[in-house]
Design a protein around this ligand. Sequence first.
Ligand code: SAH
Length: 285
Amino acid sequence: MTTPGEILHRYGIRPDKRRGQSFLTDLNTIHKIAAAGKITGEDIVVEIGAGFGVLTKQIARQAGRLIAVEIDLKLVEILRKELADFERVEIFSGNILKFDFSYISMQYKSRLKVVGNVPYNISSPVVFHLLAHRSAISEFTLMLQKEVVERLISPPGHKSYGVPSVLLQMYAEVEKLFDVSANCFYPRPKVESSVICGTFRNKPLAELTDEVFFSRIVKAAFAQRRKMLFNNLKNAQILEKMSGAEIQSALDEAGIDGKRRGETLSVEEFARLANALKNQLTNGR
Ligand code: SAH
């Protein structure tokens, strides 16, 4: 097999920092990520940011169909050459944040698996894009910055627990698989990376009256981390029509002490709180 270093050299690839290009050069890690996806011949896989295809080739050997998404036109050209012999691979030139997972899933009549060494500068938007298309996606295996993974898997009460933790865990079961040293990439990133895998739940972890309202309450609860939950809710724009007494009565209904900080609430408690607030807003007066 040609090594990543040889491919870099052959095409004279100069990594573009603005695109978050940090290519995997360690074969062992490439194999480990491909294996972590547990991909079979039944699977339709989408790869985020295929680069010059090191991971793509590994996954292509396992998948029923692989759609490799890459935004950099120079790399798209290289991918087309490098993967010319792989019949089940389709190169999609474009922005992953505009990629219509739902349409592709409908086309193949199958939920998709998503894999990738995600460009670090768009890691949060990627996670939110996957969440928006979660009904089209079954599982994901992603390499992200270590601290981003810590945030996504964090339990309540930790300093890394925040909006992304609650929103992702509401809809997905997530697990950190392993860390990857900065030495496994070219160019060497300043931070360590980790691989996270997740399965989107068939139903949210807790029942929600209104999913959009739920996300806005979660964001409001974390608006000022050091403030009490009650005060953050009192200042929330989405609750501007509610009096302090009404907010208090929703907190009572949900059985949550307003003196707590938002970061101590579990995902289920956030759901109870959002449902109670929504109920107060619609039926309260
Ligand atoms: N998978 C390769 C490359 C990872 S680097 C490897 O592991 O070696 C991240 C890749 O994502 C780069 O190739 C970069 O060009 C691409 N990329 C950056 N922003 C993107 C976007 N918005 N949509 C699709 N690809 C993107």
